[in-house]
Write a protein that binds this ligand. Structure first.
Ligand code: NAP
Length: 279
């Protein structure tokens, strides 16, 4: 499993991690087995959120007895992101996750609470040892500029954003901004949530051919493409153990420059949209 540094001061983290949105909707034991299989195979970066229903409870079960192996991330809802609200939300998440600390705590998206308030809460949580770092999610460059102003350089560990083969908007400005400021970029919904390229489509066929050349699957090729730079990590969600195993193997797949160029052509990034796309 390749690892990339998580922000300018952070640890090395598995480039392929595990998302957990909707993981509480199917069979609980299977979901726990999938997360555990993923951890066994090196996908130790686990992403959850207070918003994801009972997902934090599923994660708690999966990481029981092996907390130290995992880089654990959760998120505060913008509606809870006041100075007091953030601390209370974090305490709730820690309780649900049955742990005493998060490796990274994110503001899920920009809301109406002034950023300085959320930053003050993050600082308090850092001092108390309840979080090891903090970051943001769904932040466009103007929000990132404001956050940098509010928090100072070196403090934003990551920006978690929508990024998959058919949605490459972050490459226009967000990715360059993050690389310039040492902020890790975490690709969410790397399979397009439920919209992975059809193998019968022209771009899907390109993906298929590259996969065949590596005896890999199209999804593994997609994950490798999305983590092709040292700033990038991806967090596919898999509630099925076999899916988790397939995704983990992408952490050892490296594409050639020609293959990256072919994917770049097959799935063009398109013009820069007015706002940053998000789910
Ligand atoms: P995704 O990871 O793009 O796709 C998940 C879907 O792909 C599930 O239906 C899953 O099926 C399937 N899948 C996974 N691995 C597979 C494989 N090897 N073969 C076939 N199917 C496979 O979607 P996502 O859940 O939207 O995004 C991933 C994570 O990003 C979320 O879970 C969440 O943690 C995070 N996220 C963050 C935000 C944000 O605003 N910050 C927004 C959206 C998502 P099974 O589950 O049946 O295995």
């Amino acid at each position: 499993m390749r690892r990339n540094q998580f922000g300018s001061n952070g640890p090395q983290v598995s480039v392929i991690g595990q998302g957990t949105w909707y993981i509480d909707h199917g069979d609980r034991a299977t979901a726990v087995a999938a997360l555990r299989r993923g951890i066994d195979l090196g996908m130790t970066h686990i992403d959850t959120a207070e918003m994801y229903g009972d997902a934090e409870l599923v994660v708690a079960e999966a990481i029981a007895g092996r907390r130290d192996e995992v880089f654990l991330v959760s998120k505060v809802l913008p509606s809870n992101a006041s100075r007091r609200g953030t601390i209370t939300a974090c305490d709730r998440s820690l309780k649900r996750l049955k742990t005493d600390r998060l490796d990274c705590y994110l503001l899920h998206w920009r809301g109406s609470v002034p950023l300085a308030e959320t930053v003050a809460a993050f600082d308090e949580l850092l001092s108390a040892g309840k979080i090891r770092s903090w970051g943001v999610s769904n932040f466009d460059t103007d929000d990132l500029d404001e956050m940098l102003e509010a928090a100072g350089g070196g403090s934003i560990a990551c920006n978690q954003v929508l990024y998959h083969l058919q949605e490459r908007a972050i490459e226009h400005a967000v990715l360059p901004w993050c690389e310039q400021h040492g902020v890790a970029v975490v690709a969410y919904s790397p399979f397009g949530h439920n919209d992975f390229p059809n193998p019968r489509s022209k771009p899907g066929a390109v993906l298929q051919a590259i996969a065949a050349a590596h005896r890999a699957s199209p999804r593994q090729v997609a994950l490798s493409f999305l983590t092709r730079r040292p700033s990038l990590l991806a967090i596919p969600k898999a509630a099925m153990p076999d899916h988790a195993a397939e995704n983990a193997a992408a952490g050892d797949l490296t594409l050639t420059d020609n293959e990256i160029a072919a994917l770049d052509q097959a799935f063009p990034r398109g013009p820069r949209p007015r706002g940053l796309p998000m789910l």
